[in-house]
Design a protein around this ligand. Structure first.
Ligand code: IVH
Length: 667
């Protein structure tokens, strides 16, 4: 096959993998299941083999980048990843490579095996038996220092229970939440799965919140170490004696056959294991062998993850319903006869879209296989037996929205079918409110899907601003079943804590179509201060041309934002809201420069950057960017078609620079 074609394929997969990595590691918000992700990686590696001279761009991007809110931590020794084995053949290859590398004649090696826990890996640094630092994995080399949060986890000893602790040791393991604890914790529906809940809990800036979360820990390895045993298994048993939790399922095996037996056993009882596991990890037990085998890329040659197939179960579809999302998307949902899949009770499964229903020919009364991949919403794999008695017609999108009766329209750009009642539909309004308080937006503790439904239906919260007026509904709320003074006070406190909102987060939280986190940042950058933001919503100023000059903002996004802000009820809502919250713009670190403290104006069209970017750059260099020219203006930077400002600058004797001169100065 043409090499160029393969290269293009690789580039496309790289893009996809990077996108999904970012969702998984940095946003705790995956869109595809682990097994689909693994399939992408396998496909990538397969193509890669065909063009050995291709310079891959991926190894650096697998793993999370440290976020900016915690201080960075440079791991004394790199935290590694694992290669996956999906088949017997993969396992056989793994073993062969080990024998060849060690030049070993026998086929048997002692391995240690334990479940692969679906959580977050951490590095715990103990010095003379005392926990000094705890850090996330990050990109393997640099993680985040989360010591304050990890200290709150009861499972993790702060002092090792031994008279003779090593001078220094890095203990590695997984932080996770059990399936049951997840169900109890997730009443607000803020997390997609236990792993996201664990990640969200660990990344709290306030460790008091982490302390309330049921986080557990199991060790599965170590980094640098001043004293060690001769094999991995014995070392972990020693950890146990120091008070460090290790897997109760850790087992030694002499060869692949024994490992396969362990795999089958654990796979069978997977549902009974209280936390999500997605396979087993096999490690060469002998530590000097491990040392000799070393690392290839980001993974050790001495270990492999033997993945399980995702968990599935059979059940019947009682009914097919539709759900209207916050952007009006109409998603068909299967209401199921409740079924336990891998220890979690499942009663709904998404049908994704109407094409999917048709393709798989799914109808009410059919018996289907449901997959719960642990990391995504349950969905239907296939129909196993059709409801033959009175097989209903194929489920089609309704003509009008069942909630607001507005016409349902088919978006020609997408597969998606939408309710057209954007600002009148209760379902869309509720969806936007849920988004507003969700984890990626304002993240208000104690206010999630369930509470928004309740408060909306009771008329306590009709728009965003009402959230901040909830105190007035105290008497009514404390008398609702399941509520009381304490829980109400907690909620009010949590709301109070989220009153200071960074402008880009605020814009994102509004749930405007196409305005995700990145576009929200770009839109926010078009406003020089909060005043200009509010005056825009008061109809006193315009932002369209600045938005159009903002690099990276496409016409669809701009149109959607402008349309949103032109609607009277939205304007009213935003202004009401801005009276209750405290908006701010993140201060940028100013670099002292020749233009620090100077007043600067940009006029005309710049060719090398947008005006918004030039402004940000000038602000970073400590200049004040102004819009009208006066004697006190220091510099006028002119692009093409500069017009009246240039004339005035000359009259006033203001220094004039062209784009090239500006860019030399700024860089
Ligand atoms: S060993 C030697 N053992 O899986 C490589 N990892 O895909 C270090 N994980 O980042 C990992 N359970 O967070 C190992 N029993 C286990 C594990 C395990 C879960 C995670 C770990 C690692 C990731 C690699």
């Amino acid at each position: 096959m043409a090499e160029n074609f393969l290269k293009k394929q690789l580039k496309d997969i790289e893009k996809k993998i990077k996108y999904h990595n970012d969702l998984y590691y940095n946003r705790d918000n995956p869109e595809i299941s682990d097994s689909d992700y693994d399939k992408l990686i396998i496909k990538y590696k397969k193509i890669l083999k065909k063009i050995p001279n291709y310079k891959e761009n991926l190894s650096e991007s697998i793993g999370g980048k440290p976020s900016e809110t915690f201080t960075k931590y440079n791991h004394p020794t790199r935290m590694l990843s694992l290669d996956n084995a999906m088949s017997k053949e993969d396992l056989e290859n793994f073993r062969k490579k080990i024998s060849n590398f060690l030049n070993n004649k026998t086929d048997d090696f002692e391995f240690s095996s334990e479940p692969k826990i679906d959580g977050l890996s951490v590095n715990l640094i103990y010095k003379n038996g005392k926990l000094i630092t705890a850090a996330t994995r990050g990109d393997g080399q640099i993680g985040e220092n989360i010591t304050d949060n990890v200290i709150t986890i009861k499972d993790i000893p702060k002092i090792l229970n031994t008279k003779f602790p090593p001078v220094s040791i890095e203990i590695r393991g997984e932080i996770f939440i059990t399936k049951n604890d997840f169900i109890k914790l997730n009443t607000e529906n803020k997390f997609a799965n236990p792993r996201n809940a664990a990640a969200g809990s660990l990344r709290q800036l306030d460790s008091k919140i982490t302390a309330k979360r049921p986080l557990k820990f199991i060790a599965h390895g170590f980094g640098s170490f001043t004293e060690e045993k001769s094999n991995y298994y014995d070392q972990l048993i020693e950890f146990k004696s120091w008070g460090i939790p290790i897997s109760p399922f850790i087992k030694k095996a002499k060869n692949l056959d024994e490992l396969t037996k362990i795999y089958d056993e654990i796979n069978k009882k997977r549902a009974e294991i209280p936390y999500d596991i997605d396979g087993l990890v096999y490690k060469v037990n002998n530590l000097s062998f491990q040392n000799r085998l070393g690392i290839v890329g980001k993974s050790p040659r001495w270990a492999i993850a033997h993945k399980f197939a995702s968990e599935t179960a059979q059940t019947e579809i009682k009914k097919i319903d539709i759900q209207i999302g916050r952007t009006g998307s109409v998603t068909p949902v299967a209401r199921l006869k409740s079924i336990n899949i891998g220890g979690v009770l499942v009663s709904n499964a998404t049908l994704h879209n109407f094409e999917e229903i048709e393709k798989k020919d799914i109808r009410e009364g059919d018996t289907v296989i449901v997959e719960r991949a642990g990391d995504v919403i349950p969905h239907i794999l296939e129909v196993v037996s059709k409801n033959k008695k009175n097989r209903p017609n194929l489920f089609k999108p309704p003509k009008s929205c069942p909630i607001c009766k507005s016409p349902i329209v088919i978006d020609p750009d997408e597969v998606v079918v939408r309710c057209s009642g954007t600002y009148v539909c209760d379902a869309q309004k509720i969806g936007r409110l849920k988004h507003f308080v969700s984890r990626s937006a304002l993240d208000i503790e104690g206010l999630g899907d369930k509470q928004i439904n309740l408060f909306y239906n009771k008329g306590f919260i009709k728009d965003y601003a009402d959230i901040f007026d909830l105190e007035a509904k105290r008497d009514a709320i404390v008398n609702i079943d399941g509520w009381g003074t304490l829980s109400f006070n907690n909620l009010i406190n949590a709301i109070d804590q989220k009153k200071k909102i960074e402008l880009s987060k605020f814009i994102y939280s509004l749930g405007v179509r196409f305005v995700g986190q990145i576009n929200a940042k770009l839109i926010a950058s078009a406003f020089s201060n909060i005043k200009s933001f509010t005056s825009f919503f008061e109809g006193k100023s315009d932002i369209l041309s600045t938005l159009e000059n903002t690099d990276g903002l496409g016409p669809k996004v701009i149109q959607s934002f402008i349309e949103y802000s032109s609607i009277k009820s939205n304007k009213k809502q935003i202004l009401k809201l801005t009276q209750r919250v405290d908006l701010f713009i993140k201060k940028i670190d100013i670099v002292k420069s020749k233009i620090t403290g100077k007043k600067i104006i940009f006029t005309g069209t710049l060719s090398s950057m947008s005006r918004a970017e030039a402004k940000t750059k000038a602000e970073k260099l400590g200049a004040k960017v102004v819009s009208s020219i006066s004697k006190s203006t220091d510099i006028l930077v002119t692009g093409e078609n500069s017009g009246s400002k240039l004339k005035k600058a000359k009259e006033l004797g203001v220094k004039v620079m062209n784009e090239k001169e500006w860019s030399n100065l700024a860089n």
